[in-house]
Design a protein around this ligand. Sequence first.
Ligand SMILES: Cc1cc2nc3c(=O)[nH]c(=O)nc-3n(C[C@H](O)[C@H](O)[C@H](O)COP(=O)(O)OP(=O)(O)OC[C@H]3O[C@@H](n4cnc5c(N)ncnc54)[C@H](O)[C@@H]3O)c2cc1C
Ligand code: FES
Length: 294
Amino acid sequence: MSLDVSASAVSEAEILAGVAPRVATVRRVVQEAYETYTYWLTLDDPVVRRAYRFEPGQINMFGVVGVGEIPISVSSDPARPMRLAHTIRATGRVTNVIKGLRPGDRVTLRGPFGRPWPVSAARGGNLLVVAGGLGLAPARPAIYRAIRDRGAFRRVIVLVGARGPEHMLFRHELDAWAQWLRFRGIETHLTVDIADDTWPYGEGVVTTLFPRASIDPRVTTVFTCGPEIMMRFAVRDLLGLGVPARRIWLSIERNMHCGVKLCGHCQLGPYFVCADGPIFRYDEIGELMGVAEL
Ligand SMILES: Cc1cc2nc3c(=O)[nH]c(=O)nc-3n(C[C@H](O)[C@H](O)[C@H](O)COP(=O)(O)OP(=O)(O)OC[C@H]3O[C@@H](n4cnc5c(N)ncnc54)[C@H](O)[C@@H]3O)c2cc1C
Ligand code: FES
């Protein structure tokens, strides 16, 4: 696919506001899991490229000209904003077109938007990341940030679950993290709902990893991201272990259109997911998630 779009000069204020869609070129496409690909992009305009920054957990509105625009989390290292990864599962109209993109194709990005993971809130204590399936994509930039600032945390623990081995994202990276205890200073445990003969890690839902992680509720800050049902069970168990609600953070997905608090498509109770989220503290949105009913 090839699109006829061109970059133009833009003021820094516009870039920071993220209002104008900017053209980016697909540099590399990597299959991560079943129907899921990472698109490595560079912004075409050198001024925009140099000015662009994002925080872990933020999203871009990822557009294909003539097709549409959808919210996608940035999945790469925030310390390297000149190379941007978006990890996307093909599920519908726009994502199925994105699946056909190849190196050299052009897309648009608008953003970054949203409230990021508060990585610095975990400094001095333990950071626990609990991710399920595609939820590892928005969580990965927070893990990179913690690795770069490893000395600021007592422990960094990453627990990942997926439906099966073929649904586990970033497998080479996770293998490296999981097979050497405390590789890059992080403790990684993996599990799948249904294992096969090739799978060397755990079997069961992600919460079955909690006992292995020896979670100390007094000093642990939790970031969790994945299907809402997974997060509800994870939060229930974490509260049961004594982790305070104010130290549990979740990434929430709702349909989005404008990305800038104008259209109302992303409303969640009194909040706009595009601006007040996608990262929320559990005590802000707990009642809206229905954990108490589990
Ligand atoms: C804050 C945020 C971050 C996201 N990050 C990522 C990411 O990193 N990678 C990724 O692959 N996807 C991500 N998504 C989801 C992605 O935006 C949707 O999959 C996409 O909008 C679907 O567009 P489509 O036109 O291909 O599908 P459609 O044809 O619109 O829909 C296909 C199916 O997906 C469902 N769907 C549509 N939008 C969503 C949504 N937001 N959440 C759940 N189900 C939806 C529809 O109900 C329908 O069943 C994120 C969404 C949000 C709100
Ligand atoms: S996406 Fe329009 S208000 Fe949030």
